[in-house]
Ligand binder design. Structure first.
Ligand code: MRU
Length: 370
């Protein structure tokens, strides 16, 4: 996507072939800073501190993390060391494990002296595939938005609600939940987006609003508790969110608060779509509530808030009384029966056992080339 007229991806290999650049998401929307990674340690630290975040981008970053690790120690032991360190960086998004397993499987048959080159090639492929998968998700999702617009007799903009940031910043490009919105906007379908601020880290207010603004998409930031009220008053046509881990049965784990939006959507007959590439599906589990590890983050993210002063300084301020404790679970699970359908790179699938089996078959057949 473009930032001030210049095309960017969120991550890329530099010309020196020894370092990787990323957009630092901890300082957006106030600063646009590119940061460089030189080692697997840099990448693990960047994922942990959320310099990069969003399930597909975490996976893509981990791929480059292994590649940078191979520059320093390409032995089997070095590979395991980088794998373990990156694997421990964040627990919920399954794309991390998916990318690490894929790169390790590609490297094990390769001689250590050739591993760095092979790892950079595989990491580059993961990135390119993520871009084409997200673009396909965008096309399928755009048709759903167009149907909603046609159903109004093309009489008014379609109002979408999204939670957290599942835009291009959360992937390599295009995004998942926002890809259909960008594609609809680019096709002159009028859209307006309600952006949940998404406390405690405010990925909606900071990142989604920044992205949509740069693309010219009409949007309004709302507090996290406003969505249900808007739905009751007919002001939301569709919800679209992303996913950090989707079970084989269609349960969806996404940023904390997603579940409450899905409940409100069901109560108000608002379609609730989840947009995701198949790298986000964990076919090894069925019951999301029991099986998905939910990241618990620092209480400081709840008790403080950061922003930009009128003097242009970035600063953090305390919201709660000194010594107040806080709980900070970063994700929740929306059970499959609240999900209208999954928008994937293979099309739109309901979360019924039959449709999930079809989705699995599509992925398997593509991998084995049938
Ligand atoms: O904690 P974050 O910012 O990494 O959480 C991100 C989300 O919850 C996204 O909605 C999810 O990763 C889908 S991204 C395309």
């Amino acid at each position: 996507m473009k930032v001030d007229g210049q095309l960017y991806r969120t991550i890329w290999l530099n010309d020196d072939k020894n370092s990787v650049s990323v957009i630092d998401q901890t300082v957006l929307p106030h600063r646009f800073v590119i940061t460089q990674w030189h080692s697997a340690e840099d990448v693990a630290d960047g994922i942990r501190k959320m310099v990069v975040r969003g399930a597909p981008l975490i996976g893509a970053s981990a791929g480059y993390g292994i590649a940078l690790g191979m520059l320093h120690d390409p032995s089997d032991k070095g590979l395991e060391r980088s794998y373990k360190m990156l694997f421990a960086s964040r627990p919920t998004a399954v794309n991390l494990r998916w990318a690490l397993d894929r790169i390790r499987a590609a490297l094990l048959p390769v001689q250590p002296c050739d591993r760095a080159a092979a790892a950079f090639a595989e990491a580059g492929k993961i990135c390119d595939e993520d871009v084409s998968n997200c673009s396909a998700i965008g096309e399928y999702g755009r048709s759903l938005i167009k149907q909603a617009w046609d159903a109004t007799g093309r009489s008014r903009p379609i109002n979408l609600l999204t939670h957290c940031n599942a835009g291009w910043l959360a992937t390599v490009d295009w995004g998942t939940a926002l890809a259909p919105i960008y594609k609809a906007f680019d096709a002159d379908i009028p859209v307006h987006v309600w952006v949940d601020e998404t406390r405690p880290r405010n990925q909606g207010a900071s990142l989604t609003a920044w992205e949509l603004g740069h693309h010219g998409v009409s949007h309004t930031v709302i507090v996290d508790n406003a969505g249900g009220h808007l739905m009751q008053h007919g002001q939301v046509d569709l919800c679209i969110v992303g996913s950090d881990r989707t079970t084989g049965s269609g349960d969806v784990c996404n940023k904390i608060g997603t579940y409450l939006k899905a409940l409100a959507a069901r109560d108000n007959q608002v379609p609730f779509y989840v947009a995701l590439p198949l790298s986000t599906v964990d076919w090894t589990i069925d019951d999301g509530i029991m099986s998905i590890p939910i990241e618990s983050r620092s209480p400081d993210e709840v008790t403080t808030i950061s922003g930009h002063t009128n003097e242009g300084e970035l600063c953090e301020i305390r919201l709660t009384p000194e010594g107040t404790t806080a709980l900070n679970h970063a994700f929740d699970v929306t059970p499959r029966h609240l999900v209208t359908a999954l928008i994937t790179e293979y099309g739109v699938f309901k979360t019924t056992p039959e449709e999930m089996a079809k989705l699995r078959e599509k992925q398997f057949c593509t991998v084995c080339g049938i």
